[in-house]
Design a protein around this ligand. Structure first.
Ligand code: JJW
Length: 463
């Protein structure tokens, strides 16, 4: 007689709730995992510069070694195979392809990603490639970076160069990852590279990021010969009201435009949210004739990144849209190591909203995950019950959204591996695989084993 535990039963019923052809994935990004920053002709990026600037990153950590993935690609793909992943989302480092940002192409950079893609395909794993995940060539930043309209054209050139090499093989193309972060954290509050603190620059940079996305779309599609889908990934931190006072609802609407609609509305609706610039007390960015049409060209899918929510309490007088009062901590709520509340319903309701209010044809959850203080005792296991619960609850949230009609086609957990969490350095572990940075040993965490089991049960149900 076989016995089935309660949690296994739950897992089996969960697996059955996902639709046919649902894509099970994990995500990473170049600067966060690769290391080898000085190898094979890679040029410097803004993150090399930023990390080398005292006081910018936790304990001065940088990506010089990271997970040494550049030299351990085969081992890392073997781990993906052990997990049973159907898709892997990675990013391509622009400074490996064009060390000066524009001009001379470094073929060794393209060779690296070509080998990655071919190995994934040989193992039956669909490659999802992000073209820009924050590692801008420093040479372009020296000319103003995303504040300079020219960077949008440089991005489109770069995108075409990559698509010319890989357009017959990559399954999903993502132009930009979280342009909100690139614009606001990079140029507004300076928490991320290049560390500029100028809110107007953030708005201008945001417009050039959007333009770069729009210019790149047709130039990628021109080289896609395998029916691949092309989209963009945005980050969302849905706002919830702390009470029902009118000023709360007003501030919540301003927060929503800043946090969740700044990039979404131009792409899907061809316009910035109403009064957004006014509610930021800024000038409009330099929008030229035809820009909004380029930016709002149809996408095949929207990539959705979500980790948490914000709770907003209205104040008088009305605050700037990026200075609304956030309520935290919420008594009885639970928080991750990032200080982010665990609130799975935010993902569920977000996906439903994107379906109902924005009529998007296809959604992928391209990032979702949690950082906790994992402990490894040198043995074969890493127990991470809170990450396991987070994963399970968010997958249940996705099921609720699908039941409401949201066209969610896949899920990429952030992250495959513990890695360099930007300004937090290596102090925040998001992986479903633990990385011991001294030895570069990888140990699949309990959450990773659970995910592998779920994928296995899903596949058995499909067979
Ligand atoms: C906001 C800092 C407040 C990454 C933020 C800092 C203070 C306005 C995870 N996503 O490593 C958001 N991540 O590379 C992409 N998502 O504010 C991938 N969002 O400013 C993951 C960090 C983040 C943030 C980090």
């Amino acid at each position: 007689m076989t016995t089935t535990s309660n949690s296994e039963q739950t897992q089996l019923s969960l697996a059955k709730l996902f639709p046919t052809n649902f894509l099970w994935g994990a995500a990473t990004a170049s600067y966060q995992i690769e290391g080898a920053t000085h190898e094979d002709g890679r040029g410097p990026s803004i993150w090399d510069t930023f990390a080398a600037t005292p006081g910018k990153v936790y304990q001065g950590h940088n990506g010089d070694v990271a997970d040494d993935h550049y030299h351990r690609v085969d081992e890392d793909i073997a781990l993906m195979t052990r997990l049973g992943l159907g898709a892997y989302r990675f990013s391509i480092a622009w400074p490996r392809i064009l060390p000066q940002g524009r001009g001379d192409v470094n073929s060794r950079g393209l060779d690296f990603y070509e080998r990655l893609v071919d190995t994934l395909l040989s193992k039956g794993i669909q490659p999802f490639a992000t073209l820009y995940h924050w590692d801008l060539p420093q040479a372009l930043e020296d000319k103003g970076g995303w504040r300079n309209r020219e960077t949008a054209y440089a991005f489109a050139e770069y995108a075409e160069i990559v698509a010319r090499r890989l357009g017959d093989r990559v399954a999903g193309w993502i132009t930009l990852n979280e342009p909100w972060c690139s614009a606001y954290l990079g140029y507004g509050n300076g928490v991320h590279a290049p560390g500029v603190q100028d809110r107007q620059s953030a708005l201008d940079a945001g417009h050039h990021l959007l333009l770069g996305h729009g210019l790149a779309l047709p130039r990628i599609r021109a080289h896609v010969t395998n029916g691949a889908q092309v989209g963009i990934t945005l980050n969302f931190t849905p706002g919830y009201p702390a009470d029902d006072r009118p000023e709360t609802l007003r501030d919540l609407a301003h927060y929503d435009a800043f946090s969740d609609r700044w990039f979404l509305d131009p792409i899907v609706r061809g316009s910035y949210p109403e009064d957004f610039f006014k509610n930021m007390a800024l000038q409009a960015p330099p929008i030229e004739d035809g820009d909004m049409e380029i930016i709002s060209a149809p996408i095949d899918f929207l990539g959705v990144n979500n980790y948490t929510r914000s709770v907003i309490r209205g104040t008088e007088p009305a605050p700037l849209a990026d200075a609304c009062q956030l309520v935290a901590p919420i008594p009885s709520a639970s928080y991750t190591e990032m200080g982010w509340e665990v609130y799975p319903n935010a993902l569920s309701e977000l996906l439903i909203r994107l379906h109902k209010e924005y009529a998007l044809p296809k959604l992928y959850v391209t990032e979702n995950g949690s950082a906790f203080r994992d402990q490894w005792d040198g043995g074969q296991h890493v127990h991470d019950p809170r990450r396991l619960s987070y994963l399970q609850e968010h997958l249940q949230g996705i099921v609720r959204a699908i039941e409401q009609g949201a066209p969610v086609q896949g899920y990429f957990t952030w992250s495959l591996l513990d890695n360099y969490e930007w300004a937090e350095g290596y102090s925040k572990r998001f992986g479903i695989i633990y990385v011991d940075y001294d030895s570069q040993r990888r140990i699949i965490k309990d959450s990773g084993l659970w995910y592998a089991d779920l994928i296995q049960k899903y596949k058995e149900g499909q067979a």
